[in-house]
Ligand binder design. Structure first.
Ligand SMILES: NC(=O)c1ccc[n+]([C@@H]2O[C@H](COP(=O)([O-])OP(=O)(O)OC[C@H]3O[C@@H](n4cnc5c(N)ncnc54)[C@H](OP(=O)(O)O)[C@@H]3O)[C@@H](O)[C@H]2O)c1
Length: 269
């Protein structure tokens, strides 16, 4: 059956998803974008119709998937306008941080089929990971469609306990920022040991990217990969003695992820 998809918001994450759908050529997908600004650029880049507000949408277009990809703080104004699309044939898929499924049910109606998902920014290069949760009204077929759509930009997992999305947000949703910080820290440290800043940045960036790719492709655990680069009494061991000391990196990262999880719970209200 032809899927009619309305993409609400085509910023960083929305355009990453759209790129994935179009490049994967997801069968029978008919997309219209609602985006207040930049319609011409989007139409040119993606070759899909764009309207700058919902009231410009052709009334004949009745979506069976509505993807909310706007900022969480914009949702209060936007979501209630989509209530007339609610029905068993229509699934609402949100990628917004801190907006639980009952937030959408309260604004769209209790019978609305809602998938809450948490992707991350490597979706922009097709290497994201998304965790999703469905409410009571989402059918197995709709779950399958959501998996396909989210899977166009990376891996997909589902949880049956919506509360876990806060932990997911703290780990993989915010996680790219932790990794980028690691690149920044490594580059700074490289400058401190006398390297030229450009070389230090290149070494840090390529080391993180290459190690990530190695971890992705390898069947070994991360700790085995770490041990593989660590000779007793060698240079790596000297560094790891610092990083793995009491109150070292493990402790710091745990605290950071716990802080993010707490904040996600606060935002989810
Ligand atoms: N970026 C991340 O790391 C990340 C990770 C996981 C989840 N998310 C979630 O993804 C969602 C989108 O984030 P983003 O980073 O892609 O934000 P973004 O780049 O700001 O994109 C949001 C887009 O929505 C547009 N918009 C505003 N009002 C609209 C309306 N009434 N109808 C349709 N579109 C409207 C915005 O246009 P204007 O710019 O003209 O206002 C903008 O282009 C958020 O809910 C966020 O929580 C983001």
């Amino acid at each position: 059956m032809k899927q009619k998809l309305l993409l609400v918001g085509c910023g960083k994450m929305g355009s990453a998803l759209l790129t994935g759908w179009l490049s994967r050529d997801i069968d029978e997908l008919d997309v219209i974008v609602v985006e207040p600004a930049g319609g011409n650029v989007l139409e040119k880049n993606f070759n899909v119709p764009v309207v700058n507000s919902l009231d410009k949408l052709n009334v004949e277009f009745r979506p069976n998937i509505v993807v909310f990809a706007v900022k969480p703080q914009a949702m209060d104004q936007i979501v209630p306008n989509y209530g007339h699309f609610v029905g068993p044939e229509t699934m609402f898929l949100s990628i917004a941080a801190g907006k639980p499924t009952d937030y959408f049910q309260n604004r769209l109606g209790n019978s609305a089929s809602v998938v809450r998902s948490m992707p991350n920014t490597p979706a922009a290069v097709g290497r994201g990971i998304t965790v999703a949760y469905r409410n009571h009204a989402v059918s197995d077929d709709q779950k399958l469609i959501a998996t396909k759509l989210l899977g166009a930009v990376g891996e997909v997992n589902w949880v049956e306990d919506e509360g876990l999305i806060d932990g997911v947000t703290a780990l993989s949703g915010s996680g790219p920022a932790y990794v980028f910080l690691m690149i920044e820290c490594l580059a700074q440290a490289g400058i401190r040991v006398g390297l030229d800043p450009i070389l230090a940045e290149q070494l840090a960036r390529v080391t993180v990217a290459g190690s990530g790719e190695l971890a992705r492709q390898s069947t070994d655990s991360a700790s085995v990969l770490r041990q593989n680069v660590t000779s007793p009494g060698g240079t790596t061991a000297a560094a790891l003695d610092v990083l793995m000391a009491k109150n070292g990196l493990q402790e710091l990262i745990s605290e950071a992820v716990l802080a993010a999880e707490k904040r996600s719970r606060e935002l989810s209200g």
